[in-house]
Write a protein that binds this ligand. Structure first.
Ligand SMILES: [Zn+2]
Length: 339
């Protein structure tokens, strides 16, 4: 039942219907989707893993169940491989259109999500790592030297972290519910002291929430005091957003209290980077209610700011967050001048 609620086709149809209903769809350019090629998937994933996933369309239900049991929190359907290729392809189409200047920015409404997926493994409903592949693709095809990935989903995108933790050309930022490792995926490397490895040290920023109930002020505080100072110094040529909405109010997974309009403001803050080249790719949709997903997705689509919101606390953020921020600052200020 949990699986049925979390990863359902409605998360795309509801989002799109909300775009149409609000009139925003009329202001957007619809970019044709395509399947990613095997070569593109192999930018991040191993050949062995790709070969395994390629067999899933021909598996029986029992074989699919057995295959899924090899991984953590994943299910497969005979159409999963096709959908996963479309999800990657949609992200790459968006990157192409933005980097070629055909559109200024955009959002890829895709499923399955990607940020938990690893080189050799599916994980947390993710088959291929859409955003990680998009970052590698942008570097390879367009010669980009600096890509920023902002992951505002409520889960840690450990798959993205593993891909780039030793790579100084990709700055990965993630906030996530953590509660001292009680929350899934229960990894020590989701904590603030996982700052990257080897040449990539300093280029991985985790903001673990050790308490639920974070509000707009907490989200804005982290953006303004942690992410943006580093991001301006890093000076990305492209911003990718792992855009999950389980960090919004009403989602029982995240249990946070940030209202939907905050995501529009976060998007606008990111649009000041990379000449406005921002590509958001849908991650975890949020479980309940689906209508909230729709409104949040609408709000995140970059457009002139006409939304207002009320801060429930001053920008300095939650007291508990302030304590963890001191640790956060100490873990990163040796790498970045502006923190
Ligand atoms: Zn999530």
């Amino acid at each position: 039942l949990f699986f049925a609620l979390v990863e359902v086709p409605e998360r795309l149809t509801v989002s799109y219907e909300a775009l149409v209903r609000s009139g925003l769809a009329d202001h957007c350019v619809s970019i044709p989707v395509r399947e990613a090629t095997e070569e593109e998937i192999l930018l991040i994933h191993s050949e062995e893993y790709l070969e395994k996933v390629k067999k899933t369309p021909h598996m029986s239900v029992q074989e699919l169940k057995d295959f899924a049991l090899q991984f953590n929190a994943v299910y497969f359907h005979p159409n999963s491989y096709h959908c996963a290729k479309l999800a990657v392809g949609a992200a790459l189409q968006l990157v192409d259109h933005v980097l070629m200047g055909k559109v200024r920015n955009g959002m890829a409404l895709v499923r399955p999500p990607g940020h938990h997926s690893m080189r050799d493994a599916a994980c947390g409903f993710c088959t291929f790592n859409n955003v990680a592949i998009a970052a590698q693709y942008a570097k390879q095809k367009y010669g980009l030297k600096r890509v920023l990935i902002v992951d505002w989903d409520i889960h840690h995108g450990q798959g993205v972290q593993y891909c780039f933790e030793d790579d100084p050309s990709v700055l990965y930022f993630s906030w996530h519910r953590y509660e001292h490792s009680i929350f899934w995926p229960h990894l020590p490397e989701s904590d603030y002291d996982a700052v990257g490895k080897d040449k990539g040290v300093g280029f991985n920023i985790n903001v673990p929430w050790n308490k639920v109930g974070m509000t707009n002020s907490d989200f804005l505080s982290v953006f303004c005091h942690v992410l943006l100072p580093v991001a301006y110094e890093f000076c990305p040529e492209l911003v990718l957003v792992s855009a999950g909405y389980d960090s919004g109010i009403g989602d029982p997974e995240g249990e946070m209290c940030a209202t939907p309009d905050i995501f529009a403001h976060l998007t606008h803050l990111l649009m000041n980077l990379a000449g406005g080249k921002v590509c958001a790719v849908l991650e975890c949709p949020g479980v309940y209610p689906l209508c909230a997903l729709g409104s949040q997705t609408v709000l995140v689509v970059p457009r002139p700011c006409r939304y207002s919101f009320h801060m429930t606390r001053p920008l300095k953020g939650h007291r508990l967050y302030q304590r963890s921020r001191r640790a956060q600052d100490n873990s990163h200020k040796r790498f970045w001048l502006l923190i």
